[in-house]
Design a protein around this ligand. Structure first.
Ligand SMILES: Nc1ncnc2c1ncn2[C@@H]1O[C@H](COP(=O)(O)OP(=O)(O)O)[C@@H](O)[C@H]1O
Ligand SMILES: [Mg+2]
Length: 280
């Protein structure tokens, strides 16, 4: 049996009195597109932040390709305060920083687009390539030999062709129309050679045509790059069309998991979320 690409195990993320992620268990398998949906504030982005090392979870573990990459347990004040499940199960601390997570092969995009604003499309890709190689921007930029630099430039050019941004290569990132900025952000994530890609609301703010194009694009990159994709999204057409499986999150916990038809017909999901979202 092959290992899950991603396994989130009993993860809790508590901010003071707010339990944003509550004993969460999720798996994503190789080649799957799995969506995480749920109302605003359900803890979706926080789950991504835990997986990518932005926050060490209050408790729990994360595995990547069968290897434990993140583990934490309540410490300090939280030791007494922690009311969550599985207290005492985790005893080690494994808390890699986001750049280490990137180097392991997990890349992400953000709910609010984050691009290097005063750089061109091409430079945005090239910087991401440098960052994959070393976490330090200074050494990344100045200590490469000519051959390596040339290879990176060729790869960046090739990537822009694949994602359909070849003609925009020398434009400022922020001068691109919104849909293309989103595409560039995904391309920049791909530039770090991930095997697992996390997309946080990639269709946010897109019109229906841009959303359709994005839907096709996500399917294409999964196939072309042999990716596994874990995606947060509110556009239900996109989610239902493209997802192999869906998790529905409410108050930090998955309340349902299944293929799109199962989720669409799940009364608990309709009550908690889809009833309203479907009308948006
Ligand atoms: N750094 C933080 N400090 C305190 N509370 C936070 C922090 N990040 C998220 N939260 C809280 O966690 C909950 C879940 O937020 P979030 O993960 O952004 O939800 P979603 O992405 O599903 O809309 C919210 O109540 C939010 O206010
Ligand atoms: Mg969010």
């Amino acid at each position: 049996m092959s290992e899950h690409v991603l396994k989130v195990e009993n993860a809790t993320m508590q901010f003071g009195g707010v339990v944003a992620v509550d004993n969460m268990n999720i798996v994503v398998d190789k080649g799957e597109i799995v969506s995480l949906i749920g109302p605003n504030g359900a803890g979706k982005t926080t789950a991504f932040n835990v997986i990518t090392g932005v926050y060490a979870p209050t408790n729990g573990a994360v595995y990547f390709n069968g290897k434990k990459i993140i583990e934490n347990h309540p410490q300090g004040k939280m030791k007494k305060l922690y009311q969550g499940q599985n207290a005492g199960k985790y005893t080690h601390v494994l808390a890699p920083t986001p750049d280490k997570i990137t180097q392991l092969g997990i890349a992400r995009t953000f709910q609010n687009i984050r691009l290097f604003k005063s750089q061109t499309v091409f430079e945005n890709i090239l910087i991401a390539k440098h960052l994959r190689r070393t976490s330090n921007l200074f050494t990344a930029t100045f200590h490469l030999n000519g051959k390596e630099e040339q290879k990176m430039r060729e790869d960046a050019t090739h990537l822009l062709e694949i994602v359909g941004l070849k003609d925009e290569r020398n434009e400022m990132a922020t001068s691109l129309p919104y849909g293309k900025q989103r595409r560039l952000e995904i391309a920049r994530a791909l530039a770090t050679n991930p095997s697992l890609l996390l997309l946080d609301e990639p269709a946010a703010g897109m019109n229906p045509q841009e959303t359709d194009e994005l839907t096709a694009f996500i399917g294409e990159i999964r196939d072309n790059f042999g990716l596994t994709i874990f995606m947060i999204e509110h556009h239900m057409d996109l989610v239902m069309e493209i997802s192999d499986r869906i998790y529905v999150l409410d108050f930090g916990k998955p309340i349902a998991e299944g293929v799109p038809e199962e989720i669409q017909n799940n009364q608990r999901v309709i009550d908690a979320y889809l009833g309203g979202a479907a009308d948006e």
